[in-house]
Design a protein around this ligand. Sequence first.
Ligand SMILES: Cc1cc2nc3c(=O)[nH]c(=O)nc-3n(C[C@H](O)[C@H](O)[C@H](O)COP(=O)(O)O)c2cc1C
Length: 175
Amino acid sequence: MSSSLIIYASTDGHTKTISEYIANFSRDRNLVKVISLSEAEKIDLYKFDKIIIGASIRYGKHSKELYRFIELNKNFLNEKDSTFFSVNVVARKSEKNTPDTNPYIKKFLKISKWLPKKIGVFAGKVDYPKYRFFDKHIIRLIMFITKGPTDVSKSYEFTDWTKVEVFAKELWLKS
Ligand SMILES: Cc1cc2nc3c(=O)[nH]c(=O)nc-3n(C[C@H](O)[C@H](O)[C@H](O)COP(=O)(O)O)c2cc1C
């Protein structure tokens, strides 16, 4: 059986939670390592047969660190069995929740030098109580404009866990 690495680029932890959820569907959990992007910068990626990178969106973008990591490892990523998934709240809308319709995936594929073999997109979470004043009110405004929930005393999880499960099972099918 091959070994796999899931790397998450997450600010508030939800992409990490999705990464662990995906790992738990593998046939042998001991053969799947889940680490942050900053940890991934320090290890030998060549030890792994399969690489999965999950990254969240903040203010319309995947992080600079993600693109830097891809730039440094593009040859390795392009020749490997590699997967990318993005986590954002635009994906809570059914017309924007596939790799072909999600604007952040489209943008990612335009600017990234890595063409993943498999791509996913999952709706994330809005955790108002956790955010600082500025972020809380900007997100609230974006939610208001896009007809989302605006009660800042609450946390809203939009992730369709069944969709994540289906994605994970397809991913591990070949391992
Ligand atoms: C400051 C901030 C900015 C965000 N900007 C966007 C955005 O532009 N578009 C979007 O779809 N989601 C946006 N989100 C939602 C995040 O992508 C979502 O909360 C995701 O679950 C975060 O994942 P993480 O916890 O792994 O960082 C934003 C969230 C925060 C806190």
